[in-house]
Design a protein around this ligand. Sequence first.
Ligand code: HAM
Length: 429
Amino acid sequence: MHGQGLPGFRDFYPEETALRNHIFGVWRSVAARYGFVEYDGPPLEALELYTEKSGDEIVAQLYTFEDKGGRQVALRPEMTPSLARMVAARARGMKKPIRWFSIPQLFRYERQQRGRLREHYQLNMDLIGEPGPLADAEIIGASIDVMRGLGLGVGDVRVRISDRRVVSHLLRRAGVPDTALPDALVALDKIDREPHDRLRARLTTSGVSTEAANRTLELGAVRGADALRDTLRGVPDGEETGEGLFACVDALGAMGLGDFVDIDLSIVRGLAYYTGIVFELFDARGTFRAICGGGRYDGLLERLGGVDLPGTGFGMGDVVLGELLRDRDLVPTLAGNIDAFLIAVSADDMPTVLELAHVLREHGRDVEFALKEQAVGKQLKLAAARGARHAVIVGPDERAAEEGLVRNLETGSEHRVTFARMHNGRLEA
Ligand code: HAM
């Protein structure tokens, strides 16, 4: 029947919309503080934009169909390919580095599970045209400041950061052949979720020696700057390879955000296009799925649009974030925003109520009144239910005196305000 929407799709009743707007508000204000400008792209794209760029996991989840013109199209499952396409098309005319953000609604046919739906909104912040680690630090810093802006601190969320260049270097030095590197990265990605015997077996089937497979799993356990430094010291060219990652972590420290950040070589990211620093945000208690993920994708614009521009950015979804805010009691209450509820004592008072309501609205006041003749008590009840700050009562006496009786519904106190004053937008005594 029609009582329910599709599984994995949300209805936004006013309360949910208020939470969404709260999250969007913080997203927009942090993006602005970091100098990012907003863009958007189409919700429907050519299928091949994703089959070529996104990686198998997302491709398997696409909402895709043939349109009436015979084109293979897909609802966007992520924003990065559209962003790369748009920037590549106009790259020459734009001042670098480009700082762009967007809040697209995205669609993935996910298996039903907590924190994952079939549509979500995702803040995307991307910095294009700068290959150095300060660009990565800027992006990660912004993701942390969104958390802080929502009231979440170091005890609530952690950034786990790695670098695919470092990990690939260590894997090669451990004896993993180039052909098996993608499989070794997948094993690292799954290290906390699957039995190690199974991961090891899969690696050896991909042509990795037992020794190299063991070493791969050991790398997945490397946590923290000291452990990584020790690991890198042990391999030729190791320390140079780690410079970018350490510079990024140091920059976050200089910003005062270092306490949020942990180096963790098991962070790989599922998407195919990442080439350098990668990171994810998780709740500190490990209860929820990833809040945010991102990283550097230096080859993507070249492959999509023939312009060789490096990029780094993240996507942060509204679903897990909403769950976390509810869990920590950080959801703002849906406050009534009505300034004044105007009350007509009799039908004859209605034209005056309509006139006053309209001038108050012209002055930016949020005003409501009953849309039919009703007892004053009933109207006062509706005013209270709306969370109105004032009730303005207009009866024959008030009209004769040309002043309304204003009741402050928070304190119960009453005062009179002339109609002339209300014509200037005033309600206060
Ligand atoms: P992603 O890791 O696929 O990255 O998604 C980023 C975030 O979006 C996730 O951490 C999660 O919060 C949220 N998310 C993803 N799928 C779902 C879902 N089905 N339901 C609810 N939330 C979801 C990307 O999409 C990259 N394009 C991000 C990026 C931008 N990298 C560079 N720039």
